[in-house]
Design a protein around this ligand. Sequence first.
Ligand SMILES: [Zn+2]
Length: 180
Amino acid sequence: MTEAFDAETMGGVPDGFERLWTPHRLAYVEGERPDDGPTGCPLCRKAEEGDRESLVVHRGEHCYVVLNLYPYNPGHLMVCPYRHIAWYTDCTESERDEMSALTQDAMRVLRHVSGPQGFNIGMNQGSVGGAGISGHLHQHVVPRWEGDTNFLPIIAQTKAVPQLLDDTWRRVSDAWREDH
Ligand SMILES: [Zn+2]
């Protein structure tokens, strides 16, 4: 079952790194035209919608932090500049510095909320780099627990459950307000 799933969704590349970093494409495959510019961009839209609706947990001056709609693990966050820029090299100094600071904050908040033992942090750059929304820069912050890799296929296979996401959103955004 797991093998069949991997072959189908990962293009037959059963690589741990691929498996970790590419399932987020699933979230935006249908009905999204993320590379058409800001108009069709889900990350631009999230920046404008209400926090609960869009699962935004924190808004900074240049960047915001949002729950991934199809998380690898509970609490999977993305730190994004408000501006529709594709490349890390497009960041102004202020955007770069705030992305960095918010990544640290995200780690602290997640530790407080759910005590992960580790994290994966990173940016996929360009479609060939595995970016699901290649037009809008975003840094993944994925909390990790011992043994959770066993659950990744199951999690990726499961459609997002609104109540669980809503609960995670509440816990993370509450903790963010308390800690900062
Ligand atoms: Zn955008």
